[in-house]
Design a protein around this ligand. Structure first.
Ligand code: NOJ
Ligand code: CA
Length: 540
């Protein structure tokens, strides 16, 4: 199959390598155990040297952190633990000086229970205009003590919480598709659209280059809030048509800026044709490719994910993105070290072959950076960090409590970054400081300093790959062509003169005729490509 390149005049976002920063866990400048803007600013040279085009920061706004900042109390101020607005502005300016664009995270589906709107809604009581910005409903049943419908929270438990009214009586219920601390806003209310658009402008005016849109598919709910019928696979709270009007309006705003600002959709939707609807030319620009992230490490699964996503996205003229990990999933160095049955589970204690996982993570990195479009690197991917099985006493992810202590949640991929030294906090903060999540005793060899000068390190594989990618005319945006190959091998070419081969089988395979080996994720075996290895070839 051959896919033609979409456009010739390439805007940056069609082929950007975006580095995801989880601010809480990136670098702690003041030693209180939490990452911050001072730390982040001090590490900009590292990111420039790595060679990324942009960063995306998870939410940095004022927040009680009931869900790691996806519970925003004030969309225009910085969480004081991270720093000040002045520091945020300085960060954006300094990133730009390093040639790095900055994407923030907008959380438009819900806000924090501490947000002034929600506090006002609670205080104002049933029927008030303040409550109309949310989804307040009377309960069902004789005393109103049953929730308004059967929707479930994505974090576990019901999606409705009953409030106590200002007069002390049990009262209405409000909708929260996530934690009880995260009330959903009502996008039918004009204040909601106006406020979110004002927030976009607030940050665009400060030079921010774009936004990642949190749960981009959930904002609109079906009129009447009908029960969720699990059988038919349709969700009255997901993928509603009206969502697209919101993004058309946002696009108009982004396009008025010079240079135009951009959006990337976080939408866990299937099939890819539905995802493609979010990135039509007058809506959002790109979307995370979660089909690629959840594909098993098998030639059939990966090839299927590549084919179906590129076909759907290219049909609407959007570029693909390639995502291996983020702050919500088990890191791929660990996933790929598990048996294929377990690669996508979050269960603790699944057996992991660490060396195999790391080897495959190297191969996956070169695959993801060779495919057409943009790519995401989650902080620590470039170091080959694994998922961490944390002791339950330290868990902060709301999944843990909301699931009745059955799902440990996502903290295992949010452990702070090891920068240097041989013990915690590994340069994440000053010596003697205590990171907000414990850092494993065996992470000394994974630190940036430990990997910096080792030419074969995971970090240097990424650095070299990004350098080649930047300079090679075939890489980034464009098309690709599958090449004939044995079934256990993925092989494709990109014009001009580039071939990528991934061996997902057990036995080494021959390389096709080529001029030069540009880069390989592991040593070749007598000129052949070993198991779980990717090679980039120059081929005229
Ligand atoms: C997706 C975010 O990535 C996740 O971390 C968060 O919990 C939910 N959206 C709710 O905002
Ligand atoms: Ca700090």
């Amino acid at each position: 199959m051959s896919v033609e390149p979409p456009a010739s005049d390439v805007p940056w976002w069609r082929e950007a390598v975006v580095y995801q920063i989880y601010p809480r866990s990136f670098a702690d400048g003041n030693g209180d155990g939490t990452g911050d803007l001072a730390g982040l600013r001090s590490r900009l040279p590292y990111l420039a040297d790595l060679g990324v085009d942009a960063v995306w920061l998870n939410p940095w706004y004022v927040s009680p952190l009931a869900d790691g900042g996806y519970d925003v109390e004030d969309y225009r101020r910085i969480n004081p633990e991270f720093g000040t607005l002045a520091e945020a502005e300085a960060f954006v300016a300094e990133a730009h000086e390093h040639g790095i664009r900055v994407l923030l995270d907008i959380v438009p589906n819900h806000l924090s229970e501490q947000h002034p709107w929600f506090r006002a809604a609670l205080a104002a009581g049933p029927g008030s205009p303040e409550r109309k910005r949310f989804w307040f409903r009377p309960g069902r049943g004789e005393n109103g003590d049953e929730p308004p419908n059967n929707w479930r929270s994505i974090f576990g438990g019901g999606a409705w919480e009953r409030v106590t009214e200002p007069d002390g009586t049990p009262g209405e219920w409000y909708l929260h598709l996530f934690g009880v601390e995260q009330p959903d806003v009502n996008w039918n209310h004009p204040d909601v659209a106006a406020e979110m658009e004002a927030v976009l402008r607030f940050w665009f005016d400060r030079g921010v280059d774009g936004f990642r849109v949190d749960v981009a598919d959930l904002l609109v709910k079906e009129d009447g809030l009908p029960d969720d019928d699990k059988e038919i696979g349709y969700r009255p709270w997901k993928g509603q048509d009206g969502i697209h009007d919101i993004y058309r309006s946002w696009r108009t705003i982004a396009d008025k800026y010079d240079p135009p600002r951009v959006f990337v959709a976080e939408a866990w939707v299937k099939p890819p044709e539905l995802l493609a609807r979010f990135v039509r030319s007058d809506e959002l620009h790109t979307a995370f490719n979660f089909d690629f992230l959840t594909a098993l490490w098998t030639p059939a699964d990966l090839r299927h994910a590549v084919d179906t996503t590129t076909e759907a996205l290219f049909t609407v003229g959007a570029p693909a993105t390639w995502v291996l990990s983020n702050h919500d999933v088990v890191r791929h160095a660990t996933r790929y070290g598990r048996s294929t049955d377990e690669q996508n589970s979050r269960m603790p204690d699944v057996p992991v072959d660490d060396a195999l996982g790391l080897r495959r993570a190297r191969a996956a990195a070169l695959l993801s950076l060779a495919l057409p479009g943009g790519a995401y690197i989650y902080q620590g991917d470039e170091l080959g960090l694994p998922w961490v099985e944390l002791p339950v006493e330290v868990l902060q992810c709301p999944h843990w409590v909301r699931s009745g202590f059955t799902r440990k949640g996502r903290d295992g991929c949010r452990v702070p970054i090891p920068w240097s030294g041989d013990r915690s906090p590994y340069g994440f903060g000053p010596d003697g400081s205590k990171p907000w999540l414990p850092m494993p005793a065996e992470w000394a060899t994974l630190s940036v300093a430990a990997q910096d000068t080792d030419p074969d390190s995971h970090l240097n594989l990424y650095r070299t790959a990004l350098r080649i990618r930047r300079g090679h005319p075939a890489l980034g945006d464009g098309g690709f062509t599958w090449l004939d190959s044995p079934p256990q091998v993925l092989a494709f070419s990109r014009e001009p003169g580039f071939v990528c081969l991934v061996n997902l089988g057990v036995d080494p395979v021959d390389l096709p005729p080529h001029d030069e080996v540009l880069l390989a994720s592991g040593s070749l075996d007598d000129g052949r490509l070993p198991s779980d290895t990717t090679v980039w070839l120059a081929s005229s």
